[in-house]
Design a protein around this ligand. Sequence first.
Ligand code: TPP
Ligand code: MG
Length: 368
Amino acid sequence: MLPPDDPALSLLQVLRDDGSVDEDRDPGLDDATARSIYRHMLRIRLIDERMLMRQRQGKVGFYGASTGQEATPVVTAHCLSEADWVFPALREASIMLVRGFPLETWLAQIYGNGADVLKGRMQPMHMAGRSVNQVSWSSCLGPQLPQAVGAAWAMKLQGEQGRVAVAFTGDGATSEPDFHTAMNFAGVYRPPVVLICQNNHWAISVPSSRQTASATFAVKAHAYGLPGVRVDGNDVLALHAAISEACARARRGEGPTFIEAVTYRIGAHSSSDDPSLYRSEEEVAYWRRRDPIVRFERYMRARGLVTDESRTALERELTEEILRAIRNVETVPPPDRETLFDDVYAERPWHLEEQAAELAAHPRAPEH
Ligand SMILES: Cc1ncc(C[n+]2csc(CCOP(=O)(O)OP(=O)(O)O)c2C)c(N)n1
Ligand SMILES: [Mg+2]
């Protein structure tokens, strides 16, 4: 039996399976916020469906869906203000969209074409956007955590008040040295950072039981001297309560929080994975019944904020938006080859000037 009064060992839940709410813990979302969270969760789910199809059709090389895990990133985005910084892992790219990054530009990163602000240099699903203060995931597991702690520490040293850096990790990446470095620095220097672990039970084919012998991931925070909170990661209301409180603490100068969001990856790890090789259909079915969108929709219907008609209309509107954006983005040509030399040095040195001139003198390869 886990001690129920330790938030790192128990599980914060607000939304019951039938859509009713634990009144004592209800964060009291206003109608506009509730609608926006619902809309953005549905939007990223539909984007994921379409882009996985595009990957299968050979239009893009790689895709990593967040199906089943939409609640944590979307709710986090709703707890942030414009000046905050986000250091994601693979399944939090949707935060950029919630914070106003244009869908076509976001999609362009997956195609690596001329509309991609990263100029086609990163693997698909490694978006970044200066306009929304979101840093690219580096793909090797873990470095985003000390990067976020460092950014938050810089904010503190510069005397900035009220800004937060948020970073994400999977359960698997907690076994990386960078996780422990970040947690230790966060505990010692107490910068305004929120570290969120999406425990989706798997690190590709390795179950979370192989990552740790601790009772929970959240309890690890105790060892580093910061608060740990374990929350139902498929429960929008519980997530909002936990993440907004962690951000508020950081903004008040009360230091970092580590949050474990307990969730499940419904789909494959990525377009390069076949999960039927390592997990059972029963397990997936169990988590499908706890789908965060279905649970929140039940609550929204009980509040009168979603009806059959509004749901159908929203899905149609989002699908049209997504299909239009995909169509447009697929007409964009690759990045100019001259961009190869950009962003390497503040001032381009002579040898790169020479190479750029040599490239310019060469005829372009014919289009295929
Ligand atoms: C340092 C490092 N080791 C291994 C990998 C290969 N790899 C990519 S994703 C992944 C699993 C990550 O699992 P988790 O942290 O639980 O995140 P999830 O994908 O489940 O969201 C692995 C092992 C990597 N990218 N970097
Ligand atoms: Mg995982």
